[in-house]
Design a protein around this ligand. Structure first.
Ligand code: ATP
Length: 248
């Protein structure tokens, strides 16, 4: 994997670390160009709001990509969704059909196959460093599911691929995605996201700290990445804060 480098992205591989995103964020002030950091084993993977991402060395792909954007963090609100759409298409080309759950999950047959976490930091001299962390399950061992307390998806077909080839395909898709996002924002990905929307037309509830704050039919996302929800009181748009979506 260390020999892999595409489109000017420096590639680093470590045998083990706590979190590839934490490592890149800690170095963001000193980075001079995009960096992909792959961990063969990640011991303290992160999700949103302090949640954790579990992985096992044999059975997961865990990596983060640091990328600098010229704009401020407010220009990056749709980025996790754009990455979901790009990852969805890349996995589809590799033979694994996935669906997207707003705002940041990749599902296969209704279970989580991959997680996407986007974290930002102001860049010295202007712009924003963005660290995109991705955890992808290849095989999902029973122990990890037992630890999670819920089912999760694996992709045995991808587990049979050479790790380098898989990583190269995903890096290529991500680099293209980030360049297009920089030029056109989420609008360029909106239609692709909606094509893979896991719960289109289904009744969902939106949870904030475990409490239901909205209920309605999921109607996809609009061009800034906000979720459209048709409630009894009419259509509302929802920003991706720390809210979770559940199908009812
Ligand atoms: P939710 O799925 O509850 O809406 P979320 O999308 O915000 O939350 P994330 O923060 O993106 O979740 O991911 C962390 C969550 O993912 C954990 O709380 C755990 O339930 C689940 N999880 C952790 N590791 C894995 C894994 N390897 N495969 C599938 N799911 C996982």
């Amino acid at each position: 994997i260390a020999a892999l480098s595409t489109s000017g992205v420096a590639v680093e591989v470590v045998a083990q670390t706590g979190s590839t995103s934490a490592d890149l964020l800690a170095r963001a002030a000193t980075l001079t160009g995009p960096v992909l950091l792959v961990a063969e084993h990640q011991t303290a993977g992160r999700g949103r709001a302090g949640r954790s991402w579990l992985s096992s060395s044999e059975n997961s792909l865990t990596f983060s990509l640091a990328w600098k954007f010229a704009g401020g963090p407010q220009t990056l609100l749709g980025l996790p969704l754009a990455i979901g759409a790009a990852l969805g298409d890349a996995l589809g080309l590799l033979g694994v059909q996935v669906q997207l759950k707003w705002p940041n999950d990749v599902l296969k047959d209704g279970d989580k196959l991959a997680g996407i976490l986007v974290e930002t930091q102001a860049a010295p001299g202007g712009g924003t460093w963005c660290v995109i962390g991705i955890g992808l399950n290849l095989l999902m061992p029973d122990e990890v599911e037992a630890q999670l307390g819920r089912s999760a998806a694996g992709a045995p077909w991808l587990a049979r691929m050479e790790r380098d080839v898989l990583m190269a395909a995903l890096l290529d898709a991500l680099a293209n995605c980030l360049r297009l996002f920089e030029q056109q924002g989420f609008a360029a990905f909106c239609a692709r996201w909606n094509l893979r929307h896991a719960w289109q037309g289904e009744t969902v509830v939106l949870l904030d700290n475990g409490a239901v704050v909205h209920e309605g039919r999921a109607a996809g996302v609009e061009e800034t990445g906000r979720l459209l929800l048709d409630t009894e009181a009419g259509r509302i748009t929802v920003m991706a804060g720390d809210v979770s979506l559940r199908v009812k």
